[in-house]
Design a protein around this ligand. Structure first.
Ligand code: EPZ
Length: 442
């Protein structure tokens, strides 16, 4: 358990760089199993979910090497020899993305057994869409009380020319499994109702580097044609920046920053968060140019709460991309709590993902839980208190609340925050925040 000790009120200044995206690196690490060779991934965040996933790859027989670099870490996976096709619950339950090994191992070895995944407790997290899409591809799936198994029987009768798979909901993880499982089939597969998140496009771009033919990435209809096998001696691949980390710094800056510059993020991935912050009264400008041959891009945010009280955006509806992301919903609650006016927040992805709201109420926030979402009445300020982190983004939301609050906030966190943020305390301290970490829980 880590406690984050934050003395609020320091105005943040300066520059911060966004790391590689957690929700992009994790499925790409699963997909490295498809290549019977080495994959060298750059811009890899050093977060605990990456280390957990690296541990799973090693268990399966891969050699994995994480090289820390100032300009962005490199993780190298040598998947030339795989020794097994099963992942037990001891590892699988450590993160949600372990489920994406199902498609990757099936593509490589034509069978897999993966224990049910873990993940943040933010609502129901079934895997029925994963199962149905695999079956629609002609891959047999069976379940026991702890794991899901796949088996691909090759018979002429089930090698139709073209398979059609329909997702009842644009599930991110299920779409990732669909792309990887289809990579292991030689007939073409069309996925309808696919997720369109940037992380899906990132995974698809990696698979294309291996030789998979993919059309429609970023749309709801993706067509994939795989190869019999993949053997690229070495593939290098760069992970996209983390749009949720970018949102974390944009929101923190909106709340207590003075002309903060956020480097390395992809503006087009953060448009709805930027739109909401602009609606609240901030000014956000994208700077993109080359200097001495190097591409420079950063977002500059000004006209923040430091100079005036921001306005409520009225309503926020978290939904599938490109809507306002569910992962940024908890993060913006502290800012809404000190803005002028009332806001209603609905989360159509995880309708009950509001544990952060309960903790904010301990910090003088005026928040009401309703059957459909939460109703926030803005107050002049938050007051520091001792609060709990119930999940990754809820924990980050408590850190943001501590930055904005008067007095001291202590966030008790069961290592959720380190699952998805590479050095959040160091980055915030570099901007002038008074934040320290301690393992001493007294
Ligand atoms: C991914 O989770 C992300 N995690 C989550 O980020 C993110 O919140 C979520 O996508 C939505 O954007 C990773 O990428 C590792 P889903 P995932 O399948 O794939 C329902 C974070 O903080 N559903 O798109 O598990 C499900 O109940 C984490 O970084 C089914 O009904 O999300 C939910 O209501 C938290 N059946 C909705 O779909 C299924 O088989 C979205 O889930 C699968 C999902």
């Amino acid at each position: 358990m880590t406690k984050y000790i934050i003395n609020g009120g320091n105005v943040l200044h300066g520059d911060v760089r966004v790391s590689g995206a957690k929700n992009a690196i994790l499925p790409v690490l699963s997909a490295t199993l498809i290549n019977k060779g080495i994959t060298r991934i750059t811009n890899c965040p050093d977060i605990s979910d990456v280390r957990i996933t690296a541990g799973i790859l090693k268990d399966l027989g891969c050699k994995v090497n994480l090289i820390k670099k100032k300009e962005g870490n490199i993780i190298e996976v040598d998947a030339t020899n795989i020794e097994k096709t099963t992942i037990g619950s001891e590892k699988a339950r450590l993160c949600r993305s372990s489920i994406t090994f199902l498609g990757a191992i099936t593509a490589r070895s034509k069978e897999a057994e993966v224990a049910f995944p873990g993940g943040c407790i933010i609502g129901d997290r079934p895997i029925d869409i994963h199962e149905s899409l695999l079956r629609e591809m002609g891959i047999e799936t069976t379940r026991n009380d702890s794991a899901i198994k796949t088996k691909l029987y090759r018979t002429d009768c089930n090698v139709e020319n073209d398979k059609h798979v329909y997702l009842k909901f644009p599930s991110v993880g299920a779409t990732e499994n669909a792309l990887m499982a289809a990579a292991g089939l030689t007939e073409s597969v069309t996925v309808y109702g696919a997720a369109t998140e940037p992380e899906i496009v990132c995974l698809g771009n990696y698979l294309q580097k291996l030789g998979v033919k993919i059309q429609g990435l970023g749309t709801g209809c993706i067509k994939i044609r795989g190869l019999k096998e993949y053997k690229k001696d070495i593939v290098t691949f760069k992970i996209i920046p983390d749009r949720i980390e970018a949102a974390t710094f944009l929101i923190s800056a909106a709340g207590i920053g003075d002309n903060i510059k956020i480097h390395g993020c992809e503006t087009s991935h953060c448009l709805e968060v930027i739109n909401v912050l602009k609606r609240m009264g901030t000014r956000i400008k994208e700077h993109k140019y080359t200097q001495d041959g190097e591409a420079i891009n950063f977002l500059e945010i000004s006209e923040t709460s430091v100079t005036k009280r921001l306005n409520s955006p009225g309503i926020i509806i978290a939904d599938a991309y490109p809507a306002f992301p569910t992962d940024a919903q908890s993060l913006i609650l502290p800012l809404l709590s000190v803005s002028k006016g009332e806001t209603f927040v609905i989360d159509k992805i995880f309708p009950k993902r509001f544990k952060a709201a309960d903790e904010l109420s301990k910090m003088n926030a005026d928040i009401t839980n309703t059957d459909f979402g939460i109703h926030i009445r803005g107050r002049k300020h938050l007051t520091g208190n001792k609060v709990q982190s119930h999940d990754l983004r809820g924990g980050a939301a408590m850190v943001i609340a501590g930055l904005l609050a008067k007095g001291q906030t202590i966030v008790y966190d069961k290592e959720y925050i380190k699952r998805g943020y590479d050095g959040i305390s160091e980055k915030l301290r570099a901007l002038g925040a008074d934040i320290t970490e301690s393992q001493n829980l007294s």
